[in-house]
Write a protein that binds this ligand. Structure first.
Ligand SMILES: Cc1cc2nc3c(=O)[nH]c(=O)nc-3n(C[C@H](O)[C@H](O)[C@H](O)COP(=O)(O)OP(=O)(O)OC[C@H]3O[C@@H](n4cnc5c(N)ncnc54)[C@H](O)[C@@H]3O)c2cc1C
Length: 567
């Protein structure tokens, strides 16, 4: 096994990982910093896929208090308010840094101010963007800045286990598989950032990039960390539906389409959202996805079993100009977004749940930090569109600063070698197994279990059934074998992906079964009421046990507001 050492080890190269690397380097350029990533730096993860944009209170008529209140109300009062406050206040600094130090160009108004567009669930148009492909601008600039500094890269290195010290008291490093050779690599580090970006790719329709399979969350569960809000999986209402034989199905058509006035139509080409919510298509994602799911279950669907989005009433020329990327994406699949109808379906998009953490990105395991979509608590029960990339960049930067300070007084610690061996043996299991079977079939069943029983509308009986189905899938995976090559053995990595996805699916299911109410993204048809806001609790899962913990209203309680002059 190859061994390497680095002061700071960052897992993932999305907005969280790259911001952490840049901030740690700026704070302490003498430190060795390594970004280890499953894909290629700058080319993988979801930050690159960000379309609509970045929420930040820049306009004079807007305020961080207003952004905060939108986040708290949108999050169903389950947010950790200190984390949410940090999000909205530091987003202002991060956007300035992106523009003035890192070289991003965002769209501007004729007077030179930054253009901010409407996103659903917000009381002010505050989404900064670069056309409708904002993430490419952000990640390209961040990657260039990382490449230009003395920051080491381990690309196509898959993290497989967080390794504790011999006394189990803190983290000693991370075990990887070098996907290019199949060799195991142990990287010793004084501080480790978990920034692998969650990613609910266990659902039949999903948006995140193919490299994301909840590996970080699965590692955190195995390391005994507490994960909160795991039942809160966000479905984006407008996933493209282009048939079962294309990976374009499930990819997202951005929120700005609904924000700017797009209509959702059922199979009979009737607009239905006004029947479900006064804000109609501009209601939050949870409400719109649930309304769409109900319409689909009623049976009035498009040819592929979904619904339609219609933009033509806004004028084809305007749509083509404002949503160029989306129009091209739809055209690739044979749809005319500007002038016709496009088939859409709710698609699993984002995990609000993740590792419990403090506002300085520390976790319960000393030396392990977390940022971005692997973390839990910032968004509560529902993330506002535009708060995702704000979250990863804000807390990535916080983590970079905090890790630089942490490692200054921290020595390398001895890893638990038995834990390294045990983790490698688990990864080796499909080489030793003789079972024949089909990974693809396991994946399809996982998709169905999660979509049908742990998806947009849930109930106790379905969740219980899902738990035993997930146990069976896990056992089936343990019996499957893969071909013996090591270098770029994608079937082996698929097996590892599915192991992570099943482990995290179990956590989602357990948390969903424990939450006997309906809040934000979590809807139980057997418990449709949201319960008392004042007595709000969040789920916390650790070692397979879910506990309900009270939400601390540290800044504002239900019924109150931080805004002045509100009737
Ligand atoms: C299509 C799409 C559109 C979106 N649009 C918006 C939007 O308009 N506005 C908004 O705010 N948010 C949006 N989001 C959400 C946003 O992308 C995420 O909130 C945010 O980018 C997550 O950042 P991250 O750094 O946590 O993770 P990511 O950017 O996903 O990065 C995760 C990194 O971890 C790596 N990784 C994964 N597993 C491993 C492993 N085992 N070992 C090593 N590395 C690993 C990946 O390769 C990747 O580099 C969108 C998401 C999608 C999918």
């Amino acid at each position: 096994m190859r061994e390497l050492s680095t002061d700071i080890l960052i897992l993932g190269s999305g907005g969280a990982g790259l911001f952490a690397a840049l901030h740690a380097h700026k704070a302490a350029p003498e430190l060795s910093i390594t970004v280890a990533v499953k894909g290629l730096l700058g080319k993988c993860g979801c930050t690159r896929m960000v379309q609509g944009g970045y929420n930040v209170a820049l306009a004079r008529e807007d305020s961080v208090e207003r952004h905060f209140m939108d986040t708290i109300v949108g999050g169903g009062w389950l947010c950790d308010q200190e984390l949410a406050w940090k999000l909205v206040t530091l987003a202002v600094e991060r956007v300035r840094e992106l523009e003035n130090e890192l070289g991003c160009f965002f769209d501007r108004n004729p007077d030179g101010t930054v253009h901010q567009k409407a996103f659903a669930g917000q009381t002010f148009d505050r989404t900064v963007h670069k056309g409708d492909l904002t993430g490419i601008e952000i990640i390209n600039r961040l990657a260039e800045q990382v490449w230009a500094r003395r920051i080491a890269r381990l690309e196509e290195h898959r993290a497989v286990e967080l390794i504790r010290t011999t006394d189990q008291e803190s983290i000693a490093g991370v075990l990887f598989i070098d996907m290019r050779t199949g060799e195991y690599v142990f990287v010793r580090a004084k501080a480790v950032l978990l920034a692998t970006g969650g990613g609910p790719t266990m659902y039949k329709y999903h948006t995140p990039s193919g490299d994301k399979s909840c590996d970080g969350l699965a590692m955190a569960l195995r390391a005994g960390l507490a994960l909160r809000d795991m039942e809160m999986v966000q479905f984006h209402p407008t996933g493209l539906l282009a048939g079962p034989h294309t990976r374009m199905t499930g990819t997202v058509l951005e929120e700005g389409l609904r924000g700017s006035g797009g209509y959702l139509l059922n199979g009979a080409k009737e607009r239905f959202m006004p029947r479900y919510d006064p804000k109609a298509e501009r209601a939050t994602r949870d409400l719109v996805s649930r309304a769409m799911f109900s319409e689909i279950k009623k049976g009035s669907t498009s040819p592929h079993g979904g619904l339609y989005i219609s933009m033509s009433h806004l004028g084809a020329a305007r749509v083509a100009k404002e949503f160029k990327g989306m129009v091209e994406r739809c055209a690739d699949c044979g749809f005319d977004l500007a002038g016709g109808l496009v088939e859409v379906v709710p698609t699993a998009h984002y995990m609000m749940g993740g590792v419990e953490f403090a506002p300085d990105c520390t976790t319960a395991l000393p030396g392990l930090f977390v940022a971005g979509e692997d973390s839990g608590g910032v968004h509560g029960a529902n993330r506002l569109g535009g708060n995702g990339v704000a979250n990863s960049t804000v807390f990535g930067a916080v983590a970079g600063d905090a890790m630089a300070a942490w490692v200054k007084d921290s020595p390398y610690r001895e890893p638990d070698s038995a834990a390294i061996d045990a983790a490698a043996q688990t990864c080796e299991r499909p080489f030793a197994s003789r079972g024949s079977g089909n990974l693809e079939a396991v994946r399809e069943r996982l998709y169905d279990v999660m979509w049908e029983r742990v998806g947009i509308i849930r109930d106790g009986a379905g969740l219980q059934r899902a738990q035993s189905e997930l146990d069976a899938l896990d056992a089936e995976l343990d019996g499957l074998s893969v071909t013996p090559e090591r270098a770029f053995n994608l079937t082996w990595h698929d097996w590892l992906n599915l192991k992570s996805l099943v482990a995290v699916s179990r956590a989602i299911t357990l948390a969903a079964a424990a939450r006997c109410d309906s809040r934000g993204a979590h809807f139980r048809s057997d418990f449709p009421e949201c319960g008392s806001l004042e007595k709000s609790t969040f789920t916390s899962i650790q070692d397979g046990v879910v506990s309900m913990k009270p939400v601390a209203f540290t800044r504002v309680a239900p019924g109150q507001t931080l805004l002045r002059n509100v009737a």
